[in-house]
Design a protein around this ligand. Structure first.
Ligand SMILES: Nc1ncnc2c1ncn2[C@@H]1O[C@H](COP(=O)(O)OP(=O)(O)O)[C@@H](O)[C@H]1O
Ligand SMILES: [Mg+2]
Length: 362
């Protein structure tokens, strides 16, 4: 798991229209055991990338028809190719171009005419980085699928155990003394807890693999709908629930529903000792993203431990005080990551907590 298989002959795509540059770079790279393909035009470069993905792209900036910036933008905006490292080839003291290249997502630049060892070090570094990122991603995927199989395989026997306990209780509970009855009830409760954890873990591991469907989601409506469902289970509570001007966003409807469900479940759970719970959902926006906040007046938490909140099984409250699996926020974070958003929380002991999430506009 997670082993890095170094490619023996990494392939580099050189995009340049000046014969001397091509010659200089190709000879150095081939001598050093790289395979090199050459494109002298943007269109050819894109065609070659689609045919077969290179391990790295060396990209000249000034070329007729399509310049290096344009090519870089196309590569970096395509999720199939965006992980290919791009190194710009620039003329010395061309600071504007260097800045622009980085802004477009390029990993590095090399100044022409090349210093051979510098070119080689940079190329090697970025190829290695890409391989390490890829193997980390694979390791993560393996962990998720391991988590899924374990939870999946444990669920069936756990359900049987829980059913057996129910049989036992319905046939024998009245034959037991009060101590025996209490024991059975404890076992019942614990087995429900474990099944709940397993269900959450299954959801958690599914979130990485699940194919995403994207559609417009009316967040304001969704918050109301999920709240109404949750509140049916605790009709006696006094709650002021306020939702203000939430945007429509584009996301996966199943995932976003689960996100809202987890956030509101927490807000309801951790305010349950309040005589009157207050839950307020509002939003703000910048040029590129929305920020949604869900504030409650519940028990809050100690900010010193805030970094733990989003980890699997991490809980800041005890099971006796507030039951839970500790997986809800980890699910939220995974869902937001898949939508290129972020999640964070702010809280103060006894003064309530606010869950924030950012969501890109496009
Ligand atoms: N609204 C909230 N107010 C106070 N603490 C919270 C709130 N939401 C989450 N937390 C803290 O974060 C921990 C992790 O949350 P979560 O992953 O949803 O697990 P769970 O709710 O099952 O315990 C909780 O155990 C709790 O300590
Ligand atoms: Mg929770």
């Amino acid at each position: 798991m997670g082993k890095i298989h170094l490619i023996s002959q990494p392939e580099i795509l050189l995009v340049d229209d000046t014969p001397e540059h091509i010659e200089a770079a190709v000879s150095v790279l081939r001598e050093n055991n790289f395979r090199v393909r050459i494109a002298t035009k943007g269109n050819t470069a894109l065609k070659l990338i689609k045919q077969h993905q290179p391990d790295l792209i060396l990209l000249d900036i000034y070329m007729p028809e399509m310049d290096g910036f344009e090519i870089c933008e196309i590569i970096k905006s395509n999720s199939d190719f965006s992980s290919i490292p791009v190194i710009f080839l620039t003329a010395s003291n061309d600071e504007e171009s260097i800045k622009k290249g980085f802004a477009l997502g390029a990993q590095d630049y090399v100044v022409k005419p090349f210093n051979i060892s510098e070119l080689l070090v940079r190329v090697n570094t970025h190829i290695k980085l890409k391989q390490q990122t890829q193997s980390l991603r694979e390791a993560n995927r393996e962990l998720d699928s391991f988590c899924y199989s374990v939870s999946h395989d444990l669920k069936a026997p756990l359900l049987s155990i829980s059913k057996l306990i129910e049989y036992l209780a319905s046939d024998y509970l009245d034959k037991l003394d009060s101590e025996g009855q209490e024991l059975i009830n404890n076992i019942r409760e614990k087995s429900m807890e474990v099944i709940n954890i397993i269900d959450h873990l299954l959801e958690f591991s599914k979130m990485s693999e699940m194919q995403m469907q994207t559609e417009v989601i009316h967040l304001e409506q969704l918050f109301h709908k999920v709240y109404d469902e949750l509140i049916k289970l605790q009709p006696k509570r006094q709650i002021k629930f306020n939702v203000k001007h939430l945007p429509d966003i584009k996301g996966d409807p199943v995932m976003i529903r689960l996100l809202v469900l987890n956030i509101l479940s927490n807000a309801l759970k951790y305010t349950r000792n309040r005589k009157k719970a207050i839950i307020e959902v509002t939003s703000s926006e910048s040029e590129s993203e929305y920020i949604i906040s869900v504030r409650d007046n519940g028990v809050g938490f100690d900010m010193r431990y805030a970094s733990r909140l989003f980890g699997v099984f991490q809980r800041l409250h005890s099971q006796n005080e507030f039951e839970g699996s500790g997986v809800g926020l980890a699910i939220c974070q995974k869902i937001l990551k898949r939508h290129h958003g972020k999640a964070w929380m702010i809280g103060e002991v006894d003064k309530g907590a606010t869950f924030y999430f950012s969501f890109p506009k496009t």
